[in-house]
Design a protein around this ligand. Structure first.
Ligand SMILES: [Zn+2]
Length: 299
């Protein structure tokens, strides 16, 4: 997708939208034709696959998958959704060939052993993408960035995690992001201040200016929470999220809960490594849905 200009991409998406308006479903080969006419195909078939992958991951499109054996062509089975394939499965054809089927296999073999029918699923999300409001950032790309940040051992660790978070937040339409915002009284920088006021898919408690602290560390301690709350108070924000790749200790969670319960004006929550794993397993259709669940679940 990196090589498609935004304009070409939007051209293609608009053509796709028109085609879907005249016929409810399109086969992969029909979409290839539309891509060719939009100048998006060129010599890079991977680009189209990347775009379709994003559209499916965001639930803008649904796909029905019909798989044949790559060795003998025998029919193997039909899947209603790629979400049904959340782990690798082994299928055996009538002639005894064993084939490992995973989401990657599907995306890498679009139009080869896999015949696919696409239809519009979430019309609102599809519209946002066609209008260019919602960037096409795939969950798999985000997962790669996140995993890279886990591997780094040196001082760049924190910075890498912030790059991932930046991309994650930028995938939310109408989120206004500021990085490294100084706190009023010399208490150090705030990693992110995000204005979610215009993000209609978010829960009303998050449709606010949100203070975010990122920690690419194994464990977030009670002490970290105390300094997080101090910073929040100094900066006059009411909504705060502490985000880590690791875990919040029991005492850290307890401290967060106490603060929220004693001062009702504060909305405090956290995202930890296991939440990110859930996000990458594509349990949620949009980043907004993920954040809404976090708000309900994590205190
Ligand atoms: Zn076979």
């Amino acid at each position: 997708m990196k090589s498609a200009s935004t304009q070409t991409l939007l051209n293609f998406l608009n053509k796709l939208k028109k085609e879907f308006e005249s016929s409810n479903v399109l086969s992969y080969s029909q979409i290839v034709e539309i891509a060719k006419h939009s100048g998006i195909f060129g010599n890079k078939t991977l680009m189209l696959e990347g775009i379709l992958r994003c559209l499916v991951e965001l639930d803008a499109l649904k796909m029905k998958i019909d798989i044949s054996c790559p060795i003998c062509g025998e029919h193997l089975g039909v899947f209603d959704s790629i979400r049904d394939l959340d782990h690798t499965i082994t299928l055996i054809c009538l002639n005894g060939h064993e084939i490992e089927i995973s989401q990657n296999f599907i995306y890498e073999n679009l139009g080869r052993y896999v015949s696919i029918i696409f239809g519009i699923n979430n019309k609102d999300v599809f519209e946002e993408i066609v209008k260019g409001e919602r960037p096409l950032i795939s969950i798999s790309d985000l997962e790669d960035l996140y995993k890279e940040s886990l591997k780094i051992k040196d001082a760049k660790k924190g910075k890498r995690f912030e790059e991932f978070l930046d991309k994650f937040f930028r995938s939310i339409p109408r989120a206004k992001i500021q990085k490294k915002v100084p706190t009023g009284e010399g208490g150090g920088d705030i990693d992110f201040v995000i204005d979610f006021s215009d993000v209609k898919r978010l829960h009303k408690d998050l449709r606010n200016i949100v203070f975010i602290e990122a920690k690419n560390t194994g464990n977030v301690s009670k002490k970290d929470i105390v300094s997080f709350i101090d910073k929040l108070k100094h900066s006059n924000f009411n909504v705060g999220i502490i985000i880590t790749t690791g875990k919040l200790g029991k005492n850290a969670k307890q401290r967060l809960r106490e603060e929220r319960d004693s001062e009702q004006r504060y909305i405090l929550t956290y995202i930890e490594g296991s939440d990110w794993e859930d996000f990458f397993s594509k349990k949620y259709h949009t980043p907004e849905e993920f954040l809404n669940t976090i708000l309900r679940k994590n205190f």
